[in-house]
Design a protein around this ligand. Structure first.
Ligand SMILES: [Zn+2]
Length: 153
């Protein structure tokens, strides 16, 4: 649990990096079974002009070029925020064995609002993953207050 907090805080740092560069404040990291951070991902939708460049997608694209499925299956992804349905699916297809997230999507939308329907896509990660054939361990929400700060302004 202590390590989970530590890793979520690294994902928060990645989210801050994204924000500094003019992107959305979302970040993630990939941690192997020995607890080592092997990859980091940040949101790049603005700087890459790519609406799909969510932090998790960016990380998984890199990861799947470097590592095989069974290695990824022994890894965990830590995300600052509960992943959207696209990223949840990408995590599923990647083979990554475990997901740990910070802020829940429910709390996220309570903070940023639901006024723009184009930005709302609420599907709880666990509900979506239940439809999959393989089972992933999902832990979260964690450190919601710390992640919330990213979305307050
Ligand atoms: Zn996403």
């Amino acid at each position: 649990m202590k390590n989970d907090d530590k890793n979520i805080r690294i994902a928060i740092e990645m989210a801050k990096e994204s924000k500094k560069k003019g992107n959305l404040p979302f970040g993630c990291i990939l941690v192997n079974k020995d607890g080592e951070v092997v990859l980091k991902g940040e949101n790049t939708i603005n700087t890459d002009n790519d609406c799909l460049a969510h932090a998790e997608i960016n990380l998984i694209r890199k990861a799947s070029k470097i590592y095989n499925y069974s290695y990824l299956n022994s890894c965990s992804i830590y995300t600052s925020d509960e992943p959207c349905p696209m990223c949840t699916s990408a995590i599923y297809w990647s083979g990554i064995g475990k997901l740990v997230y910070g802020l829940s999507k429910k709390r996220y939308y309570e903070i940023v609002g639901r006024d723009n329907p184009n930005w709302v896509f609420e599907m709880p990660t666990r509900e979506l993953l239940e439809k999959g054939g393989r089972k992933l361990e999902v832990i979260g929400p964690l450190l919601e207050e710390e992640v919330s700060i990213l979305h307050l302004d």
